[in-house]
Design a protein around this ligand. Structure first.
Ligand SMILES: C[S@@+](CC[C@H](N)C(=O)[O-])C[C@H]1O[C@@H](n2cnc3c(N)ncnc32)[C@H](O)[C@@H]1O
Length: 302
């Protein structure tokens, strides 16, 4: 099952795709993209984790549920120097990256990995967690309500579940690019919404759910304790790293959605991705990165 998970979100919807199934993600193929993304978004995560740290006592055990390549799991280890961190994911290649990352950052002595399908794999944890972080992973699980209940059941009394879901689609180009029809990103977003819906409908045991996260956290027996949205704001002229990420994102868009974009938008994407074109994202001065991601917290009180 490790290869049968699915893409999502403003930034990770651009999933790797198998030609037999446009919504199927090969997570290990996604590794470089997920890692580059998390590294680029590090300032956003640092703000989110500082906000989390202010509002809770030092955790002993942290579980990163759906850690992927572990960039955020390592930031959790940095933010909470007294804690052990367990990175949990169905993709072993991603967990190997997480382990290597922890070694590079010198936190390997209090970092471990656990491979398996969420939420069931959490039964293999030896101890309850003081903090469970689920960063854009819940929406890859068929039954989100049941998964939240399982996450909640793994918390200590007084422990916190932090859910990163939603926010806003990232923006990185002006509405009018100087060529093509204005509003390209808005049209891409519409297609991504459709792909996201197909991805969710296709998950094993998929259950439709109103995405009212505080209500779902309450239904899981937790007490919602806060919601906050964090910005990543890299204004133009942006960094080379942001440009590379945007080029990668648009390449995935062109590969994954091309047949659903009209000819004009396809031609626009080709120009935006042509390294020899001064108006491409590789060179144009007006490229920026503006993203917003929301974190919901809830506490186990009983
Ligand atoms: C969008 S990525 C997010 C990774 C990381 N939390 C981050 O914010 O960068 C979703 C992650 O969930 C994992 N995942 C998806 N479905 C899963 C499942 N059923 N069990 C365990 N992990 C799963 C994927 O392997 C992937 O690493």
């Amino acid at each position: 099952m490790a290869h049968h998970h699915h893409g999502n979100h403003p930034t990770d919807r651009q999933a790797g795709h198998h030609h037999h199934d446009p919504t199927d993600i090969d997570w290990s193929e996604m590794a470089p993209h997920l890692e580059a993304q998390a590294e680029l978004f590090t300032p956003l995560y640092e703000h989110a984790l500082a906000w989390l740290a202010k509002r809770q006592t030092e955790p002993g055990l942290i579980v990163d549920a759906g850690s992927g390549p572990g960039v955020v799991a390592c930031l959790l280890a940095d933010t909470f120097p007294g804690a052990r961190v367990v990175a949990v994911d169905a993709s072993e290649p991603l967990l190997e990256r997480a382990r290597a990352h922890a070694e590079r950052l010198g936190v390997a002595d209090r970092f471990s990995i656990l491979a398996g399908e969420l939420p069931g794999v959490l039964d293999d944890l030896e101890y309850p967690a003081d903090l469970v972080w689920a960063g854009r992973s819940l929406h890859h699980l068929g039954d989100q309500r049941a998964a939240l209940a399982a996450f909640a059941a793994r918390l200590t009394h007084g422990g916190t579940l932090a859910l990163q879901e939603g926010g806003l689609s990232a923006r990185f180009l002006p509405r009018d690019l100087g060529f093509g029809r204005p509003g390209l990103q808005a049209r891409i977003d519409v297609l991504e919404e459709e792909r996201f819906a197909a991805m969710r409908a296709d998950l094993p045991g998929s259950v439709a759910e109103t995405e009212d996260w505080p209500a779902l956290l309450t239904a899981a027996g937790l007490r919602p304790s806060g919601t906050r949205t964090f910005l990543l704001d890299l204004p133009a002229p942006t960094t080379d790293r942001a440009r590379a990420y945007i080029a990668d994102y648009l390449t995935r868009t062109r590969d994954g959605l091309a047949d659903r974009l009209d000819a004009d938008d396809r031609a626009t994407l080709d120009r935006l991705l042509d390294p020899d074109d001064k108006a491409s994202v590789h060179h144009r001065p007006d490229v920026f990165l503006l993203a917003a991601q929301t974190v919901y917290t809830a506490v186990r009180t009983k």
